[in-house]
Design a protein around this ligand. Structure first.
Ligand code: NAP
Ligand code: GLV
Length: 306
């Protein structure tokens, strides 16, 4: 068996070592133009030339959960495209979002500013029931996030394409229930995949439907959010702040207003990192299953876009 590795921005050696130890008899190499045809590919942001040349792939394994960039390319039609299915990401996402929700609700930034100014000030405790958290996307990451936030007794609602039942989460589904979901939400968490249907989904029209004093946590993709609309709603006072991990252009350009905005906290696309060992173990298990003709989780539907 031949496995080719083509991951932009990723140091290949440890991945090659991990894959070689999972498949001692296999040829595992870094792709270069003109390389021999492989059976399986491990990829992140490969060039189109990679797929134009690697025409015999059975499996294409993306070393991230989101496949929006991959699906922009022309892929070999016979290949099964597989994304990371948790692989240690959901616990990281739960940490990030619980941190953001609690930091906002408990006004920790305000306390930090007071302390910085030498002030020992108490704030009146806020009413948890007035801070319902709404999670858009109840997949592998969103479901874990929604249930983790619910552990802190916040009212939690969720929204997905197909109807769901999740303990502790009031679930809405489909376009018909989107406005009801938004109207039930004060802290909005985005964990949708980026697809033609979800691009620009957080815009003036939708964010205006959040409860007054709304807060936005975007941990999915930058193109879900219309930046100017967030800024306008912060200026009008309808929204109170945002914590953003992803941006339309990354790294966030130095002149972008999000860098200095007093109500926006940014992090550099780090809410849920790809963990190498977990990912190699998951991919190796799936290559074995595919080779044995068995079913696997995490297959991407290119028509649906995720
Ligand atoms: P997933 O398991 O595929 O879940 C996607 C969820 O979104 C599903 O619940 C799906 O509904 C829902 N959805 C899709 N299209 C929708 C639509 N048009 N309307 C309503 N709901 C829709 O994906 P995941 O593994 O949880 O990952 C989610 C995203 O997180 C990734 O695509 C990626 O962009 C992002 N991510 C970011 C980071 C980071 O570091 N910032 C790390 C990892 C992932 P159904 O359940 O009905 O299909
Ligand atoms: C990271 O953003 C991922 O999609 O895994």
């Amino acid at each position: 068996m031949k496995i080719t590795f083509c991951c932009t921005g990723t140091k290949p050696e440890p991945w090659l070592a991990g894959l070689r130890s999972a498949f001692p008899g296999a040829e595992v190499t870094v792709w270069e133009p003109g390389a021999a045809l492989a059976d399986h590919a491990v990829v992140w942001a490969p060039p189109q030339q990679f797929f134009d040349e690697q025409t015999e792939l059975k499996g294409v394994f993306n070393i991230g959960a989101g496949v929006d960039a991959l699906l922009k390319l022309r892929l070999p039609p016979q290949a099964t495209v597989v994304r990371l299915d948790d692989a240690g990401m959901s616990v990281q996402m739960a940490e990030y979002v619980c941190h953001a929700v609690i930091r906002h609700f408990r006004e920790f930034d305000g306390y930090a500013a007071d302390i910085q100014a030498g002030k020992w000030t108490y704030r009146k405790p806020l009413e948890r029931s007035e801070f319902p958290v709404g999670v858009m996307g109840l997949g592998v990451l969103g479901a874990r996030v929604a249930q983790s936030v619910a552990q802190f007794d916040f009212p939690v609602v969720g929204w997905s394409r197909s109807a769901k039942e999740l303990a502790g989460v009031r679930c809405f589904a489909g376009a018909a229930q989107f406005n009801d979901f938004l109207a039930s939400t004060r802290i909005l968490v985005n964990l949708l995949p980026l697809t033609p249907e979800t691009r620009d989904i957080m815009c003036l029209q939708t964010l205006s439907r959040l409860r007054s004093g709304g807060y936005v946590i975007n941990v999915a993709r930058g193109a879900h959010l219309v930046d100017e609309d967030l800024l306008a709603l912060l200026a009008s006072g309808h929204l109170s702040g945002a914590m953003l991990d992803v941006f339309r252009s990354e790294p966030l350009p130095p002149e972008h207003p999000f860098w200095q905005h007093p109500q926006i906290t940014i992090t550099p696309h780090t809410s849920a990192r790809t963990l190498r060992d977990e990912s190699i173990a998951q991919i190796a298990g799936k290559i074995r299953a595919l080779e044995a003709g068995q079913a696997i989780l995490g297959i991407v539907d290119p028509v649906r876009g995720y």
